[in-house]
Design a protein around this ligand. Structure first.
Ligand SMILES: [Zn+2]
Length: 377
C-alpha cells in the first residue's frame, strides 16, 4: 500500500489515481474546488430552478432522495431556499435506529415525505445474498436509494431529481466523473456500489420472484426519456463542506449522535440511521485496508481542519477496528452465527494487505483486530 503524501488515502482505493508527486486525485479535486467560480455555479442553479419550477404550483417541482441524514437535510433546505417545492423520497434502511427516525421526522419541515417500506423478507434475502456474493449486505439498500426516487420521478412526472454530493469530486475518482453533473443509470452502475451484481441476478435466490423486485428495477431509457428525467448533484452548484452544513442543519433540529462517535470513525454526524452500517464499512477495510475514519480524516485534512500528523493519529485510533456493536446487530438481523460471519468476511479479506502466520492464517490482536502490513506514516 502506498499512501497519498497530502492526505492519508491509500492507493488500494478503487478508481483513485496518484500523480508523479504521490498526491491522490481527491486532493487535486479539493484544489480544483477552490478554483471553481462558485458564484457562476449558483447562477447556473438559479437557471435550473427557473427551468423546472412549476409555473402554476400544481405539482412538486423536484424530487430529493433523502435518508434523513445531514446531506438530505441540507439538500431539502437548499431547495426551499431557492424557492422549490420538493417531494422528499425515502427508502427504508436495513435496521433503522431511533436517531435515524427522529431525523427523518425532522426533515418533514422542508417538504412532504414518501417512504418505501420494503418487504423485509425479500430485502433481507437480497442483503444476505449480497453479503455472501460481493461482501456487502447493504447491496439492496444502494439499489433502493438510487432506484426508487427515479421510479417515482417517472411515475409522478416530476423530471428534476436533486442528489447531494458528487462522491467522485469529494472522495476521488476518474477525471471525467469528477466534473460531471448527472446521475443516471451509467453512474449508478459504475459508482453506485453495485459491485457487478445485477438486480436480475436475485431472481430465484431463496425463492425471490421477478415481481418481488419491482421497486429495485431502474426505469427503462425510454421511460426516462419520455419523462425528461434530469438528475443533478447539488455539490456541483455549491461548494460542499459537510461540517459547516451539519452546524447549519442543527439549527433546524438535525440531531447528531451523543456520547461516543459513530462506530468505526471519530465523527458523530454521519451514518446515524442504520444500525449495521459499521459492518458495511468494515468490509471495505478488509477488502482495501482503509475505512470510514480514513475518509473523514482525508476530508478534514483537505478542508484545512487538521494536519496530516493529527490525521494519522486518528486513523490509528479508529480505522478498521472490528465493529463489535455493528456485528452484534448484524448477527441478530441476519440470524448468522459469528463463525459463519467471520468465514464470509475472511473470504473477502485481501491477505496481501494483512499480517498472517506462516500457514496464511490471518492474525488478530486481543480485540479481534486485523493488522495491516504497511504502516501509515
Ligand atoms: Zn490525497
Amino acid at each position: 500500500m502506498r499512501y497519498c503524501k497530502k492526505c492519508v488515502m491509500p492507493d488500494t482505493k478503487p478508481d483513485l489515481s496518484f500523480d508523479k508527486e504521490g498526491v491522490c486525485d481527491a486532493c487535486s479535486s479539493a484544489e480544483l474546488k477552490n478554483t471553481i467560480d462558485w458564484k457562476a455555479r449558483e447562477t447556473e442553479f438559479e437557471v435550473l430552478v427557473r427551468t423546472f419550477k412549476n409555473k402554476d404550483s400544481s405539482k412538486y417541482d423536484c424530487i430529493i432522495p433523502v435518508s434523513g441524514g445531514k446531506d438530505s437535510h441540507y439538500q431539502a433546505y437548499m431547495a426551499r431556499q431557492y424557492g422549490l417545492n420538493p417531494l422528499l423520497v425515502h427508502f427504508e434502511p436495513t435496521m433503522r435506529t431511533e436517531l435515524g427516525l427522529k431525523n427523518l421526522e425532522n426533515i418533514r419541515q422542508f417538504g412532504d415525505v414518501v417512504e418505501l417500506r420494503k418487504n423485509p423478507e425479500v430485502y433481507k434475502k437480497m442483503g444476505i445474498e449480497g453479503f455472501r456474493r460481493v461482501g456487502d449486505h447493504e447491496w439492496p439498500n444502494h439499489i433502493g436509494i438510487f432506484t426508487f426516487p427515479v421510479r417515482l420521478a417517472v411515475a409522478y412526472k416530476i423530471p428534476l431529481i436533486i442528489w447531494g454530493e458528487n462522491s467522485q469530486l469529494e472522495y476521488g475518482g476518474p477525471k471525467a466523473a469528477r466534473m460531471k453533473n448527472t446521475l443516471d443509470r451509467r453512474w449508478l452502475e459504475e459508482f453506485g456500489g453495485l459491485l457487478g451484481l445485477r438486480v436480475e441476478d436475485m431472481v430465484g435466490v431463496e425463492g425471490i420472484t421477478k415481481s418481488n423486485l419491482a421497486p429495485y428495477l431502474y426505469p427503462t431509457d425510454e421511460e426516462l426519456k419520455a419523462a425528461g428525467i434530469t438528475g443533478v448533484f447539488l455539490g456541483y452548484y455549491f461548494k460542499w463542506d459537510a461540517r459547516p452544513q451539519v452546524e447549519l442543519m442543527q439549527k433546524y433540529g438535525f440531531s447528531v449522535k451523543d456520547g461516543d462517535p459513530v462506530e468505526g470513525t471519530y465523527t458523530n454526524y454521519e451514518n446515524l440511521d442504520e444500525a449495521t452500517v459499521a459492518v458495511h464499512d468494515y468490509l471495505k477495510f478488509v477488502k482495501f485496508g482503509f475505512c470510514r475514519a480514513t475518509d473523514h480524516v482525508c476530508l478534514d485534512i483537505r478542508n484545512g481542519r487538521i494536519t496530516r500528523e493529527e490525521g494519522i493519529a486518528l486513523v490509528k485510533q479508529y480505522d478498521g477496528k472490528r465493529p463489535h456493536k455493528g456485528i452484534a446487530d448484524f448477527l441478530k438481523y441476519s440470524g448468522m452465527t459469528e463463525t459463519e460471519f467471520d468465514t464470509i468476511v475472511d473470504s473477502f479479506t485481501d491477505k496481501a494487505l494483512f499480517v498472517t502466520d506462516e500457514s496464511g492464517k490471518l492474525l488478530r490482536d486481543g480485540s479481534g483486530n486485523l493488522q495491516l502490513k504497511e504502516k501509515l506514516i
